[in-house]
Design a protein around this ligand. Sequence first.
Ligand code: ZN
Length: 152
Amino acid sequence: MYIADLTPGPVLSDEERARDAAWLDYLASVTPDAAFLTKLPVLPVGWLDKEHPFPTEAPDPEVVYKLGQTLWDRENFMMGYHVCEFCEVPSPGFGVTVDNVPGILGSSTILVPGDGVMYSCPDLVFHYVRDHHYRPPDEFLRAVRRYERRRK
Ligand SMILES: [Zn+2]
């Protein structure tokens, strides 16, 4: 499912929004000052597909590291896996190892708090940035650099 980066407006199905609401409630419960997060507009980043070219750049290792940390906080696990359309040999689900823990990307989303907004990304954004050199918008990169893992 392609969505242009930073497109305002609803980007999730009703079911997905309901799951995000649970996640936002969770954030508010574990982060003392996070209650405000539940009211933030959600902006999409990294919902790429083959029909829409995207900007590229060799990834900043710090951004790759921090995006890896966001994977600990993945939510919205779906049935089945989204295939990376940019890999030469696409496979359902993409295996990664972060902090020596293996995982599979392609079936969940991550939420990254920004300045007055919440960015919503497919977890494959980690793979898109690291392996396909997708360059997300500056404001998202700033938010990622500030990211602190919420689940230990
Ligand atoms: Zn790929």
